[in-house]
Design a protein around this ligand. Structure first.
Ligand SMILES: [Zn+2]
Ligand SMILES: [Zn+2]
Length: 103
């Protein structure tokens, strides 16, 4: 992007890198569906540790049900979600990064 310079170029580049990363994460398919043996199903991107300093590089793919549904992260709440699937955002994030590495 020759027409962008300095800080603006850096900001554009970071946004582009975020989008590209999230596209790859989404492309993996739902990590919970994988865990429970349903295979990779079409996913949305979930931001882990979703606070004011959330980061697009700390994201995992979850299908609509396992994301916002009644059996999902936001439906169950973090504690019950972790208990139900015997996992955690940390573990799912590590799993996501491993899967990306294997691609
Ligand atoms: Zn799922
Ligand atoms: Zn989410």
């Amino acid at each position: 992007m020759a027409w962008l310079r300095g800080e603006r170029w850096w900001a554009w580049n970071m946004r582009h890198a975020s989008k590209e990363h999230m596209r790859r994460v989404q492309g993996l398919g739902c990590v919970i569906c994988r865990l429970v043996g349903l295979g990779p199903t079409p996913a949305q991107v979930h931001h882990c540790f979703d606070t004011s300093d959330r980061d697009d590089f700390l994201t995992i793919p979850l299908c609509p049900e396992h994301h916002q549904g009644q059996t999902g992260f936001h439906g169950l709440g973090e504690r019950r979600f972790n208990a139900q699937y015997k996992t955690s955002e940390r573990r799912l994030l590590a799993m996501t990064l491993r899967l990306l590495q294997e691609q």
